[in-house]
Design a protein around this ligand. Structure first.
Ligand code: BES
Ligand code: ZN
Length: 295
């Protein structure tokens, strides 16, 4: 069943004034730490194409890093798993679960794709994917670092997912969202981060995608961003199922996708060997999305 909009299954927190704990946590986000990860992941894995050797190694490396971060923070309650690859493929998705105190509460999901591709429909030649989507994984990793530092013990279980094989047609996220539906898993909302570090040429506004997302969750997230981060926002549409949020929408889960720019102003280098950090990406701009994830 395709649904063009998804209602919320629970009221979201009111945003009439700043919550001091949230505000403090958001201010722990470090642009350098975000930039270091994003550069490192895209340099270490010059392609993360799902059908390549490096594309199989990248999620293993990411899962090991996320697990080490948890254990170094003394968190033995946090689970990090490699999820089974989509049919016929060998690249797993990676999922962190930070267990909630209320196990019956709907989960919160934050995610982005961990793969990359060269060409459209493409192949396995050089595809550093610094913006698409080392930047999204970098923003999620930075948010996770901050949450660990704050000894984050949420009411709702929070999951952070690096999706496999997005570039082959949203395959990892689609299988995950389908499984959640089959298992009747309840989800409060899903945040998708895909391309967050190239500030468009005409404006530095964070752009919320209004198709294949939940209008109510989008409105709430825009307000939350305005309250705590305070920089300019605008809206645009992909016009097609452009990223993993569309998988969640397809299976009836509310999603939101903040993006780096308007469609006509986005990074022109994606899916090429030139999707690199140098001279193109902006640490402070991208760090706003890590703040958004923390919020
Ligand atoms: N990061 C892009 C999606 C994107 C592109 C979002 C432009 C917003 C603006 C994503 O990784 C991608 O390349 N998606 C594919 C579609 C997918 C189903 C293979 C695309 O846009 O062609
Ligand atoms: Zn892409």
């Amino acid at each position: 069943i395709f649904r063009s909009d998804v209602p919320l299954n629970e009221d979201l927190p009111t945003l009439s004034q700043k919550d001091p704990v949230v505000d403090f946590s958001i201010n722990q986000v470090d642009a350098n730490s975000f930039a270091n990860f994003t550069q490192n992941y895209s340099r270490q894995f010059q392609t993360r194409y799902a059908k390549s050797e490096q594309g199989k190694n990248a999620p293993k490396w990411l899962g090991a890093l996320w697990l080490k971060m948890a254990r170094d923070a003394g968190r033995n309650d946090i689970v990090v798993e490699l999820l089974p690859p989509p049919r016929g493929l060998e690249q797993p998705s990676v999922r962190i679960s930070i267990p909630g105190s209320d196990q019956s509460a709907p989960f919160v999901v934050l995610g982005g794709h961990l793969d990359s591709i060269s060409g459209w429909g493409g192949g396995g030649s050089t595809a550093p994917g610094a913006d698409d989507n080392s930047s999204g994984i970098g923003a999620l990793t930075e948010a996770y670092r901050v949450l660990l530092k704050q000894s984050f013990h949420p009411r709702s279980t929070v999951q952070i997912i690096g999706y496999a094989s997005e570039e082959l047609g949203l395959l990892g996220s689609r299988e995950i969202a389908a499984n959640y539906q089959t298992n009747k898993a309840r989800v409060r909302g899903v945040l998708q981060l895909d391309m967050v570090a190239y500030p468009g040429n005409s404006s530095r506004a964070v752009t919320f995608m209004t198709d294949y997302t939940s209008s109510a969750l989008t409105r709430w997230t825009e307000q939350m961003f305005g309250l705590y981060v305070g920089t300019q926002t605008k809206e645009d549409r992909c016009g097609y199922e452009c990223s993993d949020h569309a998988s969640w929408t397809r299976y009836g889960y509310a999603s939101v996708m903040p993006f780096e720019a308007a469609m006509d102003d986005m990074n022109p280098n994606i899916h090429t060997a030139n999707d690199r950090w140098e001279g193109l990406l902006d640490a402070n701009f991208g760090a706003q999305f890590a703040k958004l994830a923390v919020g």
